[in-house]
Design a protein around this ligand. Sequence first.
Ligand code: GLN
Length: 192
Amino acid sequence: MTGTVGVFALQGDVREHLRVLEGLGVRARGVRRASELDECDALVLPGGESTTMAKLARTFELLEPIRHRIGAGMPVLGTCAGMILLADRVRDGAAGQETIGGLDATVRRNAFGRQVDSFETDLDLAGLDDPVHAVFIRAPWVEEVGPGVEVLATAHDHPVAVRQGNLLATSFHPEVNGEDRVHRLLLDLVQR
Ligand code: GLN
């Protein structure tokens, strides 16, 4: 792929995403300001802490530029906290928790609860031949989706991977265990 994939780099597991993207032979860079976003053809919103990420995005004046680019069709992959940031509606969010939005879905933060706070499992993901080894860390799940949202994978009876047009979101962390097929799905969206 020609072009550059940005990784939102104000907070979260930025380095892991950069490593996967570079492993795929893609030009990848951290994004901390709007001028850096301008240089990107796609964006990854990593795992981390969604409340902190949203606050920093507001402080660094990245919130509106990302919203604008999403509206203009830029492909975005959100993983875990990144899924929360993409969602239009959040349950169990912090008071006044803001999101970037764009994904017509309701996402519940820390949804899996204390017993299964963090866990790993193999998941079938629509479009992939072999299961994905999925690592969940205080992960959200999806509770409601609008008509334009396609569910790609479920766990514990809830969607944990979804796609809506140029937006792709997973509850789990595809960047931590050598998996690169979810990032490839993002690159497919860039090629289109
Ligand atoms: N629980 C975190 C949040 O609400 C997400 C956890 C993660 O990204 N691993 O933002």
